[in-house]
Design a protein around this ligand. Structure first.
Ligand SMILES: NC(=O)c1ccc[n+]([C@@H]2O[C@H](COP(=O)([O-])OP(=O)(O)OC[C@H]3O[C@@H](n4cnc5c(N)ncnc54)[C@H](OP(=O)(O)O)[C@@H]3O)[C@@H](O)[C@H]2O)c1
Length: 274
């Protein structure tokens, strides 16, 4: 019987590409998104079913999970992909933006994971593949501390759950991707600023400039198919790596981070924005 994958945030970018790739490999796909009524591409695949899902809405998570299980009988792999970024000086972040960063990237994954646990426990099998970032294992830019916080938290959640779920043969994986092309992530970023205080402007401009240039730099942006391949390798068992760091930017940063004391690493990154 064909296996089934459940993917969050499949409206664009990595989530959509992952849905299409798994479908092309014969998997059954539950592609979930906040606005299914806008979807025009995934509907054409006979083995993709689309479900409405905002990962922050616990009732909707329960409903989408139940609908997907009813539609396919069994879900084998869940890809917690939905994510967004909150950038800007922490001092100026609105309370709601701070909470939303956590609500989507961390609480969202928690909601979906908890909804699937009874199913996976009953099946004595299942895998959660959590889409993290190199920003989940290292720091790379100023004014990104909230995004860092969310991905570091996702890493801790995933690693902590490993022990809890091992007795039930439920597996956990982390994919730590860097920048990639073809996604909508720039539009998934909320920037915060202060209307009058300009003290942080120089550093914010440097970060925005770096992000704007990233798209042209092969050292910073990877072909998203390498991320999909990493997800697929975990889902099929071709790789059993708990953490997969994908892409040039993350590999270069982690090589630096692992080669020097943390104090030297922090100073080197800070110097890029001085
Ligand atoms: N692109 C990068 O540079 C990069 C680097 C490292 C890690 N990542 C991570 O990779 C993952 C995928 O991002 P991407 O690069 O493919 O960017 P993307 O194109 O912006 O995709 C983000 C997806 O998350 C969805 N989403 C946001 N809030 C949601 C919510 N409350 N409920 C359900 N879905 C929600 C978006 O849906 P809507 O269309 O409804 O907004 C969209 O489908 C994210 O976890 C991101 O943090 C991205």
């Amino acid at each position: 019987m064909n296996k089934t994958v459940f993917i969050t945030g499949a409206s664009t970018g990595l989530g959509k590409l992952t849905a299409k790739y798994f479908a092309s490999q014969g998997w059954q796909v539950a592609a979930t998104m906040r606005t299914p009524e806008k979807e025009t591409e995934l509907n054409a695949y006979p083995n993709i079913r689309i479900f409405k899902l905002d990962v922050t809405d616990v009732a909707q998570v329960k409903q989408a999970t139940e609908q997907a299980i009813a539609a396919f009988g069994k879900i084998d792999v869940v890809v917690n992909n939905a994510g967004m970024g909150t950038y800007g000086p922490l001092e100026f972040a609105e309370e709601s933006a701070i909470d939303w960063q956590f609500a989507v990237n961390v609480r969202g994954a928690i909601n979906v994971t908890r909804a699937f646990l009874p199913h996976f426990r009953a099946n004595k099998s299942g895998m959660f593949i959590n889409i993290s970032s190199f920003m989940g294992v290292t720091t790379a830019v100023p004014v990104g501390s909230l995004y860092n916080m969310s991905k570091f938290a996702l890493e801790g959640l995933t690693e902590g759950l490993y022990y809890e779920l091992k007795p039930f043969n439920i597996e956990l994986r982390l994919i730590e991707q860097g920048g990639s092309s073809g996604n909508n992530f720039q539009n998934s970023i909320i920037w915060h600023s202060h209307p009058e205080i300009k003290d942080y402007d120089p550093i914010v401009h440097k970060v925005k400039g770096l992000m704007a240039k990233a798209g042209d730099n092969p050292d910073m942006v990877d072909d998203p198919q390498i991320v999909v391949d990493a997800i697929y390798a975990q889902a099929t068992g071709a790789s059993k790596q708990f953490r997969t760091l994908v892409g040039n930017a993350g590999k270069q940063l982690m090589a630096l981070r692992n080669s020097v004391p943390i104090e030297a690493y922090l100073e080197k990154i800070a110097a890029n924005f001085a």
